[in-house]
Design a protein around this ligand. Structure first.
Ligand code: ZN
Length: 154
């Protein structure tokens, strides 16, 4: 399946019934379901990741661009990735540099999980959200449907 489908149409996929639709069909269905006003942020298209390995380090050179697309703090994403990957990383001038060799699909898989956990609204499945902290708890506030959902602390 098209990678974009996994993110855009996770609501359909999770219901487990419509896996066979292609991307265009899914998009059409999504457009039919939601009013035009919300269309702009319906799609969360991550830019292609520029991953390079040099020696025992792996660099994502457009990390800031990815963080901007997700509308999240690069450090927050980095914290999630390093914890999941059990490694250390630094963020410098828009790049993320990881200790160790990691293939691109590791990052893609983890970023998708990050998106599901920290970007997509659990209620309406749209990506137009903000993280809000109250004391020691964090919440996702959805700009589309107004839902406030608690999220895991990193
Ligand atoms: Zn929502």
């Amino acid at each position: 399946m098209d990678k974009k489908c996994l993110i855009v149409c996770c609501a359909h996929v999770e219901r487990g019934t419509q896996l066979n639709y292609n991307y265009d069909e899914l998009l059409k269905r999504a457009r039919a379901q939601f009013p035009d006003v919300t269309l702009k942020k319906e799609r969360l298209e991550l830019p292609p990741m520029y991953v390079s390995m040099v020696g025992m380090r792996t660099t994502i050179s457009n990390f800031k661009e990815i963080a901007d697309t997700l509308d999240r703090d690069p450090q927050h994403i980095l914290k999630f990735l390093t914890r999941e990957m059990a490694t250390a990383a630094t963020y410098h001038e828009g790049r993320a540099i990881f200790q160790g060799k990691f293939p691109r699909d590791t990052f893609e898989r983890l970023l998708q999980r990050y998106t599901e956990n920290f970007v997509t609204c659990p209620v309406c499945k749209r990506p137009d959200t903000k993280i809000h902290k109250e004391k020691r708890l964090s919440f996702i506030i959805c700009n589309a449907c107004g839902a406030k959902s608690s999220i895991k602390q990193l």
